[in-house]
Design a protein around this ligand. Sequence first.
Ligand code: NAP
Length: 246
Amino acid sequence: MLNGKTAIVTGAGRGIGKAIALKLANEGANVVINYRSSKEAAMDLVKEIESIGSKAIAVKADISKFEEAESLILKAKEVFGTIDILVNNAGITKDGLLMRMSEDDFGSVIDTNLKGVFNCIRHSVPLMMKQRSGKIINITSVVGLMGNAGQANYSAAKAGIIGLTKSTAKEIGSRGITVNAIAPGFIDTDMTSVLSDKVKDTIKNGIVLKKLGKPENIADAVYFLASSMGDYITGQVISVDGGMAF
Ligand code: NAP
């Protein structure tokens, strides 16, 4: 149970972030729902969480911007008093072959998916160090481990998250803070709904369990790490991918 704990989930209005926010709220946490553009969805999620008896607020912030990430963290601290769990989930794709990839498409994916994670960690860690406790969970991807044609920008960012996770874990473990990453495989969300059925079938064939994952599969792993079950785990990358990458 996470009663009395405060969790920030970035990009929580929809997809995997929404499932994570709901899971943590169901386990008793106060949840900060960060969104960038999905205001209505974030507000609806606040209501849904309140209806199950937990507390939630929605906070608009583009986490790729250092100052906006700071405002998000400070707002969470102001409203709930502590920051116990930070889930860096927000992410984008701008897929294309390297030969045709624009500088902007490379840069914006790095800015959101990698620098955004740094920004939120950077502003949370001083508060967690004072508390001498905290759980940081970064959502990377199997493509950060394997690479993927057409996703040089995205897989570079996701591989970067793994280095960031391990280095940060080594720096702040002595202060009672754990830092881990979860590497989802192919999860059924808006991000993957753009793919054709043919492409999805090809991907399914490469998955040992022969099916796509659900956002809830990722949320369960986040809960495991965020709860006391994850107390002795740090610096790890846990794949939740139906057996895609091993
Ligand atoms: P999604 O449905 O496309 O949702 C992306 C979320 O990120 C949205 O809530 C969006 O918020 C938020 N976001 C994007 N840029 C942001 C920014 N600059 N600041 C704040 N929030 C921002 O994606 P998803 O499938 O749920 O993916 C969630 C995470 O899992 C991502 O990190 C993704 O890379 C990772 N992942 C997904 C899969 C998969 O198969 N789906 C696999 C591996 C890893 P707004 O709607 O408010 O803009």
